[in-house]
Design a protein around this ligand. Structure first.
Ligand code: CIR
Length: 253
């Protein structure tokens, strides 16, 4: 899918008070803001129109806009986020997406974070995690199947979301951990296996044939370079402290 737009949200004064499982310490608000600005600069350099939403201090995780929706050419599915503290975020995304897509809204009986939803062409791979349940996948499937998409549920036992580790990086290649490498659902792809200290580098973002990958993961970087696509490397240290990364910070469409 060729992207022309990205929705992002400025990190607000409550950045750092959100959910996290990391033991990397508190994020530095100023550094997080500088990293966010660099991210936006890269999106603009890739010629995306960036829709910048104002901070929502009542929702400290709300700059991770990816979790609130899944956007495809035919429609956008507004999720019902798995974490109760994040559920109100969707109401601020609906008006931002409404001018661009027909919206389908998940019911409160289902749970899904966009970070669990990997789209590769007309195929969706969706992580079953603490944030996304079978009811969420079933509702999502009912929305997208009429448009010719297939949906495959993926058991995820490490990381917050499926896309914390598994991402499509071009040239029929996925980043995967060892669990993903063994999953028959991913057998048709080449793999860049990220493990141990390099696992975070699985959260590499492909935008219109350019890769954006986090700084500090030399082995994964070398594997990505072999794909022979342009690569931007950027520091995401403060977002890593919040269990987030490059994919989480925007909704691309
Ligand atoms: C959370 O726990 O929800 C946030 N602190 C991190 C969300 C990261 N989002 C993503 O991977 N799509």
């Amino acid at each position: 899918m060729t992207f022309t737009h990205a929705i992002v949200r400025l990190p607000g004064s409550s950045t750092g008070q959100g959910l996290t499982t990391s033991d990397l310490g508190a994020p530095d608000e100023q550094v997080a803001r500088a990293q966010f600005d660099t991210y936006v600069k890269h999106l603009l350099a890739l010629r995306l129109s960036v829709i910048m939403l104002p901070p929502e201090p009542a929702y400290p995780d709300s700059h991770f806009v990816e979790d609130t929706a899944v956007v495809m050419p035919e429609l956008a599915v507004i999720t019902h986020p798995g974490a109760p503290s994040r559920r109100g975020e969707v109401d601020t995304i609906v008006p931002a997406l409404a001018p661009y897509r027909k919206l389908a809204r998940m019911s409160p009986n289902a749970r899904m974070d966009g970070g669990d939803v990997l789209m590769v062409g007309k195929r969706f791979f969706i992580g079953l995690t603490e944030r996304t349940d079978a009811a969420g996948i079933a509702e999502f499937t009912a929305f997208v199947a009429p448009h010719g998409y297939s949906v495959q549920a993926i058991e995820v036992s490490a990381g917050l979301h499926l896309k914390s580790i598994v991402n499509y990086v071009g040239r029929n290649t996925l980043t995967v951990n060892e669990e993903g490498a063994r999953n028959p659902a991913f057998a048709g792809f080449d793999h860049i296996v990220v493990s141990g200290e390099e696992e975070y580098a699985g959260n590499t973002l492909l935008i219109n044939n350019t890769l954006i990958t986090p700084l500090g993961y030399p082995r994964t970087l070398a594997r990505l370079q072999a794909l022979d696509l342009p690569i931007i490397v950027m520091d995401t240290s403060e977002f890593k402290k919040m269990d987030g990364g490059l994919t989480c910070l925007s909704l691309r469409f």
